[in-house]
Design a protein around this ligand. Structure first.
Ligand code: CP
Length: 307
């Protein structure tokens, strides 16, 4: 069995074997993520190109390559780079792929990472392309479910902004690979796009839709909360109409399954009250930690054997 991807653009490009291989290595690398010295990527240089804000994705990739003995270069703020002078993404990628061994790209335009991969001499990792995909978030989400629960025979509620939330788009496809039962919980205006729903139904998994969190709260194994993506709305009034649609508090958890886990890709802006942090169900900070070993494993798989 060998890892089959050169670029990481969409979770749909992964085979189950690729994901299993990454997870097996990520588990072995967890002590390294916590500080155990390692030189597996000694001499490797990772370029971080973030055209949109990020805390977790940018810093966990940076931590991952450095914990493995490599180093990184960072475009920094777009305003301080030649992007501000009008340089195209294609030219930036051509240049940076001559400096680094791999490129991590976050960009507001859907399809930007796929396009960048056509101009790059080194692997491109999609760290979020507009409302498109965020495959490494999906890997760490799945890994969290595997480490904190299990990946077979589970029911998962995806809650919040299912229209603009790229993490839930990618996660839904990945969960379908594992035969999960998926409950889509959103306001009517923020439903999962029809083309994704029809892809999910073609996978022969159970997919149900509701706008009421109470309909699923007591019956699911995983509650995956998401932020309403204010920055994706064309009109502020449309955002105001749905902002605050869901707010999970500890009082709402009295009848949930004993082994429920609650996840969130973060940042949260009110979907999960801080009272939930102290419950045994909260996993969102552990989830963000798992981003480091998972991204470490992915970098090793992409870069091993490359001179
Ligand atoms: N979950 C996630 O992508 O977080 P950042 O936007 O902080 O990278």
């Amino acid at each position: 069995m060998s890892f089959s991807l050169r670029h990481v653009i969409s979770i749909k490009d992964f085979r189950r074997e690729d994901i299993d291989e990454i997870f097996e290595l990520a588990e072995r690398l967890e002590p390294v993520a916590s500080g155990m010295p390692c030189r597996l990527l000694g001499g490797k240089l990772l370029a971080l190109l973030f055209y949109e804000p990020s805390t977790r994705t940018r810093l966990s990739f940076d931590a991952a390559v450095k914990r493995l003995g490599g180093t990184s270069i960072n475009l920094g703020s777009v305003e301080a780079s030649s992007v501000a002078k009008g340089e195209t993404l294609a030219d930036t990628i051509r240049v940076v792929s001559g400096y680094a061994d791999a490129i991590v790209l976050r960009h507001p335009m859907e399809g930007a990472a796929r396009m960048a991969s056509e101009y790059s001499r080194v692997p491109v990792i999609n760290a979020g392309d507009g409302v498109g995909h965020h495959p490494t978030q999906t890997l760490l989400d799945l890994y969290t479910i595997k480490r904190e629960k299990r990946l077979h025979d589970i029911s998962v509620a995806l809650v919040g902004d299912l229209r603009y939330g790229r993490t839930v788009h990618s996660l839904a496809y990945a969960l379908a690979l594992y035969g999960a039962r998926i409950y889509l919980v959103s306001p009517p205006q923020l439903r999962m796009p029809e083309h994704i729903k029809s892809d999910l139904l073609e996978s022969n998994i159970v997919v149900e839709e509701t706008s009421r969190l109470e309909d699923v709260l007591t019956s699911v194994d995983v509650l995956y909360m998401t932020r309403i993506q204010r920055e994706r709305f064309a009109e502020p009034s449309e955002y105001v109409a749905v902002a605050g649609s869901y707010r999970l508090t500890s009082e709402m958890l009295s009848d949930v399954r004993d082994d429920l886990i609650i996840m969130h890709p973060l940042p949260r802006v009110g979907e999960i009250d801080s009272s939930v942090d102290r419950t045994p169900y909260a996993r969102y900070f552990k989830q963000s930690f798992y981003g480091v070993p998972v991204r470490m494993a992915l970098l090793v798989k992409l870069l091993e054997g490359r001179v």
